[in-house]
Design a protein around this ligand. Structure first.
Ligand code: PMP
Length: 401
C-alpha cells in the first residue's frame, strides 16, 4: 500500500533536521548556526538555575505524581501563563474573557489554534502570513485547510521592515481575513515593528476586521518580559478578539519538555467558557492530554515569587548575550573584509539574523566549511561563540566571492 515511500528520504531542510546533520558531522571545524535553542557563549546547552530548583522541589514534593492532566492541561499553569502573556492586570482576564489550554509547546498550541480557526471561524478561509514567515506557520495553516496569502514584511534592500508594504497589504485584505503575526523576535528575519508601527498595524487590523493570531514564542528573549509582550497586549487592550500562542521553550529553556499555551481572548466570558470546551474537544482525538512535567516546572517557577525572580534574573542575561554575539560576528566580518554591508546583523533582534546569503551560498558553507544554517540564510546567534566568529566570517567571505 505504501510503495511511494520506497523513494522517500527524510526532509533534511528543517532547522531541526539541519541541526541533527550538524551534530552527526565529525568535523572539528563545524559551527551549527541552524540550532533553534539557546547555547551559552561557551557553546553549551543552558539549564536555568530556577528550572533546576523547580525540579528539585517537584522531586521532593510527596504530592508529585504521574496521573493524567485534563484535556486542557494544568489549569494553574494556564492561568499563570495567561497572566504572563497578557499582564497580571489584564482587563480581559479580570472579565473572564480568556479561554486557555495548555498546548504541546508553542508548535502544538499553534496547531490547536489553526484547527480551531479551521473548524469554527466563519468569516474567512484565508490566512495572511508575513513574507517570509516561520515555515511551520505556512505548513500548519495549509494543513488546517486554510488558504495562504502573504503580506509584505521583509525588505531585501534595507534588510528591515517593509512597513508601508505591510500596511498596504493588510488594508487590501478581505474583511475578516486571519492575520498571523509574531509578537517579537520575528523568525526567520529578526525584524520587528517598532511600538509606533505596531499602532499602525493594529489600526489596519481594526479597519479590515482582521482576526489576529499572534505567535509570541520569544517573550523575554528579545528585550524583556514586559516589552516583548507589548504587541500582544496592545491588541488585547484594544478590545480585539484574538488567539495567542505561547511557548516556554526559549524563556525557560524547556525545549524538549514541550511547555506552551494557547489563549483565545473572546468577546465575552460566556463565549470564552464555551470556546475553552471546544478547544478541549479538539484536543481529545489529537493527544487527549498534554505532557505534565514541563508545565509543573513552569508553574512552580511562576507561582513562587522568589523562584520567579531568580528566573527573571537569569532570563534577563540572555538578550544581552545574543547582542554581544551580533557585535562579535559583525566585527569579525569587518576584520576579514567580507564584501557587502552587514549593519543588519546589528539591527536585527532576538535569536535570528537573516544574513542575505543565497541558498547556493548556504550550501557551500555547509559542504566546504561545515557551517550549518537554514537554506534561507537564517542564522541563530546562539550557535556562535566568540572564538569561532572569525572562522564563520572567513567562510562567509569564501561563499560570497
Ligand atoms: N513560533 C516560532 C516563530 C518559533 O520560532 C518557534 C520555535 N522555533 C515556535 C513557535 C515554537 O517552538 P516550540 O514548539 O518549541 O514552543
Amino acid at each position: 500500500a505504501f510503495e511511494v515511500f520506497a523513494a522517500w528520504r527524510p526532509a533534511a531542510n528543517t532547522a531541526i533536521g539541519i541541526s541533527q546533520a550538524a551534530a552527526a558531522d565529525p568535523s572539528p571545524d563545524k559551527v551549527d548556526l541552524s540550532v533553534g535553542a539557546y547555547r551559552t557563549e561557551e557553546g553549551r546547552e543552558l539549564i536555568l538555575g530556577a528550572v533546576r530548583e523547580a525540579q528539585r522541589r517537584l522531586e521532593a514534593d510527596p504530592a508529585t505524581n504521574h496521573e493524567y492532566l485534563g484535556h486542557g492541561g494544568n489549569p494553574r499553569f494556564c492561568r499563570l501563563a495567561a497572566e504572563l502573556a497578557l499582564g497580571a492586570g489584564s482587563a480581559a482576564l479580570a472579565e473572564g474573557r480568556v479561554a486557555s489550554i495548555q498546548g504541546v509547546s508553542g508548535t502544538g498550541s499553534l496547531w490547536v489554534g489553526a484547527a480551531f480557526l479551521s473548524r469554527y471561524y466563519r468569516r474567512s478561509r484565508v490566512a495572511l502570513l508575513s513574507a517570509p514567515s516561520w515555515p511551520l506557520h505556512d505548513l500548519m495553516m495549509e494543513r488546517a485547510g486554510l488558504e495562504l496569502r502573504r503580506y509584505r514584511y521583509y525588505d531585501e534592500t534595507t534588510r528591515g521592515l517593509d512597513y508601508e508594504g505591510m500596511l498596504e497589504d493588510l488594508r487590501a485584505a478581505p474583511q475578516g481575513t486571519i492575520l498571523v503575526l509574531q509578537g517579537c523576535g520575528h523568525n526567520p528575519t529578526g525584524v520587528d515593528p517598532t511600538p509606533q508601527q505596531w499602532q499602525g498595524i493594529l489600526a489596519a487590523a481594526q479597519e479590515r476586521q482582521l482576526f489576529v493570531f499572534m505567535d509570541n514564542a520569544y517573550q523575554g528573549f528579545v528585550c524583556d518580559l514586559e516589552e516583548d509582550a507589548a504587541a500582544v497586549r496592545l491588541f488585547v487592550d484594544a478590545g480585539l478578539e484574538l488567539l495567542v500562542a505561547q511557548s516556554f521553550s526559549k524563556s525557560m529553556g524547556l525545549y524538549g519538555e514541550r511547555v506552551g499555551a494557547l489563549h483565545l481572548v473572546a468577546a465575552s466570558a460566556d463565549v470564552a467558557r464555551g470556546a475553552e470546551a471546544a478547544l478541549q474537544e479538539l484536543i481529545v482525538p489529537m493527544y487527549a492530554t498534554p505532557p505534565k512535567y514541563g508545565a509543573a516546572i513552569a508553574t512552580t517557577i511562576l507561582a513562587d515569587p522568589q523562584l520567579r525572580q531568580q528566573w527573571q534574573r537569569e532570563l534577563a542575561e540572555l538578550p544581552g548575550s545574543m547582542l554581544r554575539r551580533r557585535q562579535q560576528l559583525y566585527d569579525a566580518l569587518q576584520e576579514v573584509g567580507v564584501p557587502g554591508s552587514w549593519e543588519h546583523i546589528l539591527k536585527q533582534r532576538g535569536m535570528f539574523s537573516y544574513t542575505g546569503l543565497t541558498e547556493a551560498q548556504c550550501g557551500h558553507l555547509m559542504e566546504r566549511w561545515h557551517v550549518y544554517l537554514t537554506p534561507d540564510g537564517r542564522i541563530s546567534l546562539t550557535g556562535l561563540t566568540g572564538p569561532r566568529c572569525r572562522y564563520v566570517a572567513e567562510a562567509f567571505k569564501d561563499a560570497i566571492l
